[in-house]
Design a protein around this ligand. Structure first.
Ligand code: SAH
Length: 398
C-alpha cells in the first residue's frame, strides 16, 4: 500500500469532522492537490497539524472520500475490515433469523463506518456495490472479510463508479458458484425475482420493505391502486396480496412489463386482472383525467432525477407538480403514498411540497403516517443526509 497523505481541513470545517461527520468534501480541504490516486489513505489534520481522523480518497457524486477511523493508530488493513463487517453482520442478526424475509442490506455505507460501499444479502447470495474507484482498491480486504465471516452461495458485485455514472454491463461474478437467475427471494412472505447479472438494478429496492408491508397489511384491502414509477411492480404485488381489487402499474421502461408480469405470477396473482402500462407517468395522468379515472390509493415513487425523451424530472423541482397530478385523480378519503429518495432535501421541505400542492389544488389533507429507512439501512446521526428515504401517507380529505 502507498504512503498515507496528510490533508489539512479548513478551520471552519474542523469542528464538523471532530464531531463525527464522515463525508470528506471537496471544499473542506486545503490541499487536495497532494493526493492523486484513489484509494490512498488520507489523514485529516487541523491547521496546527493535529490529527482529526483518517479515511480514504475516492470520488463519488457525494464527495471526495470517507472517514474510516478516528483513531490515529488504527491501521486500515485486513483486520479493520473484518471487524467492521462483523459488527455490521451482527447488527442484522434479526434479519438473518427472520423466517419470512431473506433479502436485506448487511452493509449500509457510512452508517456502518464504510462510506462508499453497500452489501446486500439475497438468500445466500451477496451483492457488493462499489461506489468509487477508491473503495474498490480495498476489494481484496473486503471480499476476504466477507468470505471469512459468512457462508455464501456466491458473491456478486457492481462497480457503480464507471464513467458518466452509467453502469457498464460486465461479468459481475466474484466467488462461489454462479447462480441461475432469477433467484427467488422472500420479503415478508412475498416472492421476488432477483437478477444479479443484469446491471445495477437487480429487481427490488430493499429500502421500501416496511412501506410495502404496511400497504399490504393496512391499506390495500378492497382498493383500486395506482402505482407510478412502478419498475418491477413491487408495490403492486404487495397491494394485490393485501386484497386490492385492482392495481395499475405505470413505468416508462419497456422492461417493466415483463418484470411486473413475472412478479405477479411468482405470487399466484392473476395478472390479467391488473393493468401494466408502459408509458410516461405524466402522460398517463393526462389520460386518466381525460377518461375520468380515479383511484383509492396512488403511489408515487419517482427517481430523484430522470431524463426521458421529452423532459427532465427532478424531485426537488417537480415533486409538487407530481403531487398535484396525483391529487386530481385520487378519490375523497383516498391515500397518496408520497415517497422520495432524494438526499437534496429533508422531510420538512418534502412536507412543504405536499402542503403547497394541496393548497394550489384547493384540497384538504391529513398526514397519516411516515416511514424512514428500515433498520437494515443503518444510519448515523452525524450524517443526516444518509437518511435519504422519506415516505408520507397522505389522506385526501373530501
Ligand atoms: N417504485 C419502484 C422503484 C422506482 S425506480 C419500486 O418500488 O420498485 C424508478 C423507475 O421510474 C424506473 O423503473 C424508471 O423506468 C421509471 N421512470 C423514470 N421516469 C419515468 C417517467 N417519466 N414515467 C414513468 N416512469 C418513469
Amino acid at each position: 500500500m502507498k504512503k498515507d497523505v496528510t490533508l489539512t481541513v479548513k478551520s471552519k470545517f474542523v469542528n464538523k469532522y471532530k464531531s463525527g461527520y464522515p463525508l470528506i468534501s471537496k471544499e473542506a480541504i486545503i490541499n487536495w492537490n497532494e493526493v492523486t490516486e484513489e484509494g490512498t489513505i488520507i489523514q485529516l489534520v487541523d491547521e496546527k497539524n493535529k490529527f482529526i481522523a483518517k479515511g480514504y480518497f475516492g470520488k463519488q457524486n457525494k464527495g471526495y472520500g470517507w472517514v474510516l477511523s478516528r483513531n490515529e493508530n488504527e491501521q486500515i488493513d485486513q483486520r479493520f475490515f473484518v471487524n467492521k463487517l462483523r459488527d455490521a453482520i451482527n447488527y442484522r442478526e434479526p434479519f438473518f433469523n427472520s423466517p419470512d424475509t431473506n433479502a436485506f442490506r448487511i452493509v449500509n455505507g457510512e452508517g456502518d463506518g464504510l462510506g462508499g460501499l453497500t452489501i446486500e444479502y439475497f438468500d445466500g447470495y451477496y451483492l457488493i456495490n462499489w461506489y468509487s474507484k477508491g473503495v474498490y482498491r480495498f476489494r481484496e480486504y473486503i471480499i476476504n472479510a466477507l468470505k471469512e465471516l459468512v457462508e455464501y452461495k456466491a458473491i456478486y458485485q457492481k462497480k457503480r463508479f464507471d464513467v458518466s455514472g452509467k453502469y457498464i454491463e460486465e461479468d459481475d461474478f466474484v466467488a462461489g458458484e454462479r447462480g441461475t437467475f432469477p433467484i427467488i427471494v422472500k420479503e415478508n412472505g412475498v416472492n421476488f425475482a432477483i437478477y444479479l447479472n443484469e446491471g445495477a438494478m437487480v429487481g427490488v429496492f430493499l429500502d421500501q420493505r416496511d412501506v410495502r408491508k404496511r400497504i399490504r397489511d393496512a391499506y390495500a384491502e378492497g382498493k383500486n391502486v395506482l402505482n407510478t414509477f412502478s419498475y418491477t411492480g413491487a408495490f403492486s404485488v404487495f397491494a394485490a396480496a393485501g386484497g386490492a381489487v385492482k392495481t395499475t402499474s405505470v413505468d416508462l421502461a419497456n422492461r417493466s412489463l415483463n418484470k411486473t408480469l413475472e412478479q405477479f405470477s411468482l405470487n399466484g396473482i392473476d395478472a390479467d386482472a391488473q393493468d401494466i402500462i408502459v408509458e410516461d407517468v405524466f402522460k398517463y395522468f393526462k389520460y386518466a383525467v381525460k377518461r375520468q379515472l380515479t383511484f383509492d390509493m396512488v403511489i408515487l415513487d419517482p427517481p430523484s432525477f430522470a431524463r426521458s425523451k421529452k423532459m427532465v424530472f427532478s424531485a426537488e423541482k417537480d415533486y409538487k407538480n407530481l403531487l398535484k397530478e396525483a391529487i386530481s385523480i385520487t378519490e375523497d378519503d383516498g391515500i397518496i403514498v408520497a415517497s422520495t429518495n432524494s438526499s437534496s432535501f429533508n422531510m420538512n421541505k418534502f412536507k412543504s411540497f405536499i402542503d403547497q400542492a394541496f393548497r394550489e389544488t384547493g384540497r384538504k389533507y391529513q398526514l397519516v403516517e411516515e416511514f424512514p429507512l428500515p433498520k437494515d439501512f443503518k444510519t448515523i446521526k452525524e450524517f443526516p443526509e444518509g437518511s435519504y428515504l422519506k415516505v408520507v401517507f397522505i389522506k385526501r380529505l373530501p
